[in-house]
Design a binder for this molecule. Sequence first.
Ligand code: NAD
Ligand code: DAU
Length: 336
Amino acid sequence: MEKILVTGGCGFIGSNFIRLLLQKDLPWDIVNFDLLTYAGNLANLKDWQNHPRLKFFKGDIADRQAVDQVFSQGITRVVHFAAESHVDRSILDSGPFIRTNVVGTQVLLDSARSHKVTKFVHVSTDEVYGSLGDSGFFTEETPLAPNSPYSASKAASDLIVRSYVHTFHFPAVITRCSNNYGPYQFPEKLIPLFISNLCRNEPVPVYGDGLNVRDWIHVEDHCKGILAVLEKGQPGEVYNLGGKSERTNMELTKALLQSLGKPDSLIRYVKDRPGHDRRYAIDCSKAEKELGWQPQWVFENGLQETVRWYLDNPEWVNSIRTGDYLRYYQTQYGNS
Ligand code: NAD
Ligand code: DAU
């Protein structure tokens, strides 16, 4: 049986990806390696944690010894999600971003290379391309021009991956996706933060003029794209993935207010994010043509389903608000 290593599998996208693999009942053993930072929540996989083909190891991708130990269990392919992922945090302190996203990726690559993995999917982001004006799309040929410490650390990791392909013929593939939404997203990101505030009749902080544009993709569509890349992506290639659903932050905020039946008076315009990218939009025609993948979700339906999920799972949001989720690992595994 093949053994797939998923790094960052307790985060938002990683946990959705593991769930997709298990639901599809693919003939693979899955090793989830995650440090359980503030963004990692073991309870994201609560319903699946006793699955015979899923194993969890707590550890740091920047720790070569720990990473080697995991690879020595016979890992054949890797899907690398683990990262510091929130732009605002990178502006407050870029240190953890350089350590995990840059050094961690390098350590993982070195160990993967010495253990001769056959495929390494590096999950990157459209933010490495920088910011667009009112028109145009990011293609895989768009030059890298990251603007935040977060996107700069991801661009650095992309370049390290690229260099391993070129120098060592290492079988890596890079994906660059747009803004994800859906269940289990940490409530620091726009959509879950706003839903959680509005549910408590608290204001929602809209940065700047609220006219920045993001291209939203349902996390399930992103995960299906990553699976297609894992199965069919060509080593050395980059694949853009996007949702074809551009919205201004204000359009999105109004949709959330409407969906939850809340008044516009809960909108608060606040000071803009420093260096705030204006617009992202993805051309994903390469993935469509070469992998036969397409985003399936209609944004309005996906958003409704997402709002429903947060309403139906108040204990998930509350455990994050109270910090209880940080103790879930101890209750399952003790103090190790
Ligand atoms: P997340 O912040 O929800 O999860 C990150 C996970 O990585 C957490 O479980 C955390 O514990 C783990 N982690 C962090 N540092 C680690 C370390 N040193 N060692 C091991 N594990 C560590 O992130 P996400 O939103 O699920 O994003 C996953 C990946 O997808 C990231 O690489 C991100 O750059 C990329 N991405 C995210 C989006 C998005 O919209 N969220 C879009 C495109 C690409
Ligand atoms: O494009 C992909 C990227 O999308 C991923 O690589 C990142 O990991 C992910 O965090 C996301 O980055 P953004 O900065 O676009 O996402 P965020 O949810 O933080 O913000 C979305 C937009 O909403 C952005 O224009 C900033 C704005 N915003 C955000 C927050 C948290 C607000 O107006 N108010 C807020 O409180």
